[in-house]
Design a protein. Sequence first.
Length: 243
Amino acid sequence: MSFREQGFYKKAILVATWALFCGVFSVAHAQQTIFNVPTTDVLDHGKVYAELDVSLKPTDSASVNKFSSFVPRVVVGAGSRIEIGLNITGNIQPGADTTTLVPAIKWKPYQGKSNGFAIVVGDHLYFPLRNRAYNAGNYVYAEISKTFKSGTRVTVGGYDFTRSVVAVANRAGGQFGFEQPVNEKVSFAADWFSGKHAAGYFTPGLVFKVGPKVTGYAGYSIGNQNPSKGNHFFLLELGYNFN
């Protein structure tokens, strides 16, 4: 292997490691989500929602060492079934922060009145500010949900991440969600991104309505690759509706 080829592969490994590191600790989206997968809900015009997502792994493992990550985000209803939002990802301890601004938009072109179906499309732009491995990236998706009379909601969709956002190469696949109310204050929920990359996790957990404006989320993210080697961690979220 030539020195040029060695240099290329070293660079590819570094980019892949960076993408996995950032993805494991900060793949969250500036929209209303189940845990990571966007819901088909859209805020009404003028409504504002803020959330703090905390990921943490208390012990070292062969695949992922102990860490904590904090991701603040805000979502605003823009009207016409559109909401816009902003994430600030890459706030990781220990290690060098990879601060990234992630503006996002979600549009609901269809909301069934009695059939329980809804369709949304969305887009997220990634702009790394510190220790960046790429200049800009994108995540685009489309999904459909069905809400049953029992309150159960099932979400199915597809996604595409551009190169370097969650892996060295472009990644596309499926995104899925499930929500089941247990009572007026507690729901069981789970979501999943398919694929072996930095966003590829299955996250089951509980959603708590703490009050009329406060919602808590407690989940556990399990990696699509190397779960037996420790690729899993806690995900806690706290959301607040301002109006």
